[in-house]
Design a binder for this molecule. Sequence first.
Ligand code: TXA
Ligand code: MG
Length: 353
Amino acid sequence: METRETKILPTDSPKALKDACRLAIDQLLDGQAVVLPTETVYGLAAAALRPEAVAKIYEIKDRPSFDPLIVHLPSKTTRHWLDELTHVDEALKKSVARLIQHFWPGPLTLLLPKSERVPDIVTAGLPEVALRCSAHPIFSKVVDEFDSPLAAPSANLFGRISPTSAPSAEKELSGRVELILDGGASSHGLESTIIRLLPPEREGGKERAQILRPGPITPEALKKFVKVILPSEKNGTDAPEVPGQLDSHYAPSTPLTLCHNPEDLSFIEGKRYGLLSFRGEGKGSLVEAHPWAKVEVLSPGKGKLPEAAVRFFHLLRDLDEADLDAIVAEALPMRGLGLAMMDRLKRAAGPAI
Ligand code: TXA
Ligand code: MG
């Protein structure tokens, strides 16, 4: 792949924002991929309906061709594009409408049967397309002005930590993309929740949402609209899971171990260990368990899951850059956003130390 000079464009004045969006749109029209901020993580976006532009995303990320991409719809013409790109079963149309009404724009991705308009390269040949509508003002400005859907995976090399800021995206893709629009830190910090809608189990029952990737829209929030099937539960069908939810993913270069019980830890003399702690010192904390070379705390004192989520990938990246022999991550509460972070930690983790 040819090397490019990567520019980070500021967006912190009306003129800077306008110029940055213009340049991004020019690149997209030219069939190139650009890095844009979203409210979840930074995305590597290209024209979703142009296979040769989508191919660039796979090339830039070193992403295997079996791993499909999420399509981001313009926020002003969402309904139009939903009709164009999907064939939704009559029985599920109402639920789709209600979920979209409530959660879009926002961090919810819906897997729906695709129409012929969606190039096969986008879905890696799968029969469903993943759709979302970003609530980030910069992303929505670009996609609305571009006026056509954008395919955008997280802006990291395949299998690595998702970037939640422009400098993190630069570390991942420097020399591979021309433009990174700097929209500051992503406000959720974790990738969107992905669900597949399924018809009710029995007549008169509620439609079901199978959570394929836990994220900022929690099972608790979805429960108001649909019956929720958690990632751990079987859905009673043999439908494939999300291909990108591989067992090894979101991985730092430093070995990471997920610790449920301090007694399971064994340290090798002379090695440097770092800790990713939930709330810092206090009951159940691992802070006192070892003279750590580095400690990062997700939500000091209070242990608030939304705060932890925003800082999660950023702190993981800091630990990864601290020249450690291993990172130990404390297990997080298995509720709300804790589910999403534990999902990422399990995939980032190797064997126990
Ligand atoms: O928050 C997000 O969703 C971010 C921002 C940039 O929008 N995007 C993101 O994309 O996380 P990515 O590619 O890193 O993760 C998308 C996941 C992958 O695990 C992929 O396998 C799955 O969604 N996926 C995408 N399209 C699919 C499809 N048609 N069928 C099944 N799984 C799909
Ligand atoms: Mg990703």
